[in-house]
Design a protein around this ligand. Structure first.
Ligand code: TXA
Ligand code: MG
Length: 335
């Protein structure tokens, strides 16, 4: 199959809508990451997503809509969620509710709940509206690889497997949406993401994160995720990172500007292949998956990532870095 990559002109938005409605797969941009869309009302279309991504079939998909009203057709939207919906949707937030029968089990991995997202990126909403059906879409990468934040990333993973990629440029946020489950007795944070936890708690109070066995969690979080071919390590202590870069070939380092990164960057540039300096944790989240993929293209062996601050977007970014590193810290190696 030829894969076309096209700018979001009116005619390609309509073409994307036609393909989706007909049960084909289309990759499209959102403000978080690129999504791999399918008609959420067609079980065979959703099934193709799992095949194309190599995704375990018990890992449910997020259903994307183009308006808040459309959510009511798909799920039992409860009143506890209304202030959240009012404040954060459209945006980088996903809500989980009890599903209505119209959503096939293939989409929810057999759960009785459904995750719903209304992206803020207009191109994404235009495509969903053009499809005329809800669109289930995971991130448009091969399962376990870094999430795609540029159309080229989607092309690298899915070329020949899908007919169309809509190229909306770089994703503004760069990590996935925050998922909040409203289907239980209290709102629960299932995945930190583009909207920081603190901002949500200002609106709806403390979010539960504890895990009780009778509640379905976010099945996707148990799998290996976001990983480049290079081995990723986290670090807090720049001296340790410098030592590792001196002792090992083919190392790339990511440091935060805070705390005099310029001096460290000079040091790293002497022994590492490259050192990326992140102005802040938003910039870090925006760039991290692109850096991972660039490193893989160059055959880099190790990527050393300075940990972000444990607050705001830094907390969500930390979650992605921790998974990409499989929890490995340089501090433990040299401990
Ligand atoms: O920003 C995003 O959310 C992106 C863009 C494309 O919208 N999508 C995305 O999808 O990250 P994906 O499939 O890569 O991650 C979806 C996560 C998985 O961890 C999955 O387990 C969880 O959402 N999920 C989906 N439905 C669920 C449900 N009913 N209950 C709990 N978790 C659910
Ligand atoms: Mg994903």
């Amino acid at each position: 199959m030829d894969t076309i990559i096209a700018k979001p002109t009116q005619s390609y938005i309509e073409e994307a809508g036609r393909l989706l409605r007909a049960g084909r797969l289309v990759a499209f941009p959102t403000e978080t990451v690129y999504g791999l869309g399918a008609n959420a009302l067609m079980p065979e279309a959703a099934k193709m997503i799992y095949e194309v991504k190599g995704r375990p079939s018990d890992n449910p998909l997020i259903v994307h809509v183009s308006s808040v009203d459309d959510m009511y057709d798909l799920a039992e939207v409860n009143s506890a969620a209304l202030p959240f919906i009012e404040k954060f949707m459209p945006g980088a937030a996903t809500v989980v509710f009890k599903k209505k029968p119209i959503i096939p089990d293939t989409v929810t991995g057999g759960l009785d709940t459904v995750a719903i997202r209304l992206p803020s990126l207009k191109v994404a909403r235009d495509i969903i509206r053009a499809a005329g059906v809800p669109v289930c879409a995971p991130s448009a990468n091969t399962s376990s690889k870094p999430s795609p934040t540029k159309a080229e990333h989607v092309m690298a993973d899915l070329k020949g497997k899908i007919p169309l990629i809509i190229d909306g440029g770089e994703c503004q946020i760069g990590i996935e949406s925050t998922i909040v489950d409203f289907s239980g007795d209290k709102p629960r944070l299932l995945r930190p993401g583009g909207i920081p936890r603190e901002e949500i708690e200002k609106v709806i109070g403390t979010l539960a994160t504890d895990v009780s066995s009778d509640r379905p969690l976010c099945p996707g979080m148990k799998y290996k995720h976001y990983s480049p071919a290079a081995e990723v390590f986290l670090f807090k202590d720049r001296e340790l990172a410098l030592r590792y870069a001196e002792e090992n070939p083919s190392v790339v380092v990511i440091v935060r500007r805070e705390g005099g990164a310029e001096k460290s960057a000079d040091d790293f540039k002497r022994c590492a292949l490259e050192c990326f300096v992140m102005d802040d944790d938003y910039k870090y989240a925006h760039s991290v998956f692109d850096i991972f993929r660039t490193c893989d293209d160059k055959g880099v062996k190790n990527i050393l990532c300075e940990v972000p601050l444990p607050k705001g977007i830094g907390q969500s970014l930390y979650n992605r870095l921790f998974k990409a590193a499989g929890g490995k810290f340089l501090e433990k190696i040299y401990g």
